[in-house]
Design a protein around this ligand. Sequence first.
Ligand code: SF4
Ligand code: SF4
Ligand code: FES
Length: 213
Amino acid sequence: MAETVTLTIDGREIRAAQGEILLWVALDNDIYIPHLCADREEAHPTASCRLCFVEVEGRPAPVPACTLPVTEGLVVKTRGPQVDSLVAAGFELIMSNHRLDCKNCPANGNCELQRIAKARKLRLKPKNLPVLDKNLPVDDSAANIIYDPNKCVLCGQCVRACRRSGNGTLGFARRGYLRVVTTFGNIPLGESSCTNCGACVKVCPVGALTDKQ
Ligand code: SF4
Ligand code: SF4
Ligand code: FES
């Protein structure tokens, strides 16, 4: 059995299994840390969204909570000037590449972007950066799934879930601003190896992959 350690998050003493990832320890104890890309099912975090920063006593710079195994005596703060400014900048960057249309979005009310904005008192609409709409076509060719790449935040959750489901239909293509989640050969989902299992829809934290209903 894993050894139990005691750590402190935002002044609260918490017991957890040694080596458990701080992000999950915090969330399981009702302490919210913004996150998009972390995946409990995967052993190696991609740490790509850069939203889960925390301050760790004794460390000079904030650390992504999704990469930090807990140890005895760890002291963490989920807020602080450095963390807040990193999260605000990261969030603004994500939202500058996101088609914001909450009123008409199936994820409205159950969207991780809305949750982050509310928790950290951030605007969904970027203040300092222009919004660059990818202006890509919405793919409604699959039987049960609608994919709107303009709302994708490139968290990679669907790509990993699709791989775990045994299909491996979804993957990343291109780089930088043009980076996109798509099928092999960039063909519509309905013409791809997609079996409509819906594993991707279940894990998409925003309104990019939704059920057709
Ligand atoms: S994905 Fe979330 S933030 Fe984006 S339009 Fe839909 S509800 Fe709004
Ligand atoms: S489609 Fe959804 S789950 Fe997939 S990368 Fe984009 S936001 Fe993440
Ligand atoms: S959840 Fe840690 S970097 Fe995305």
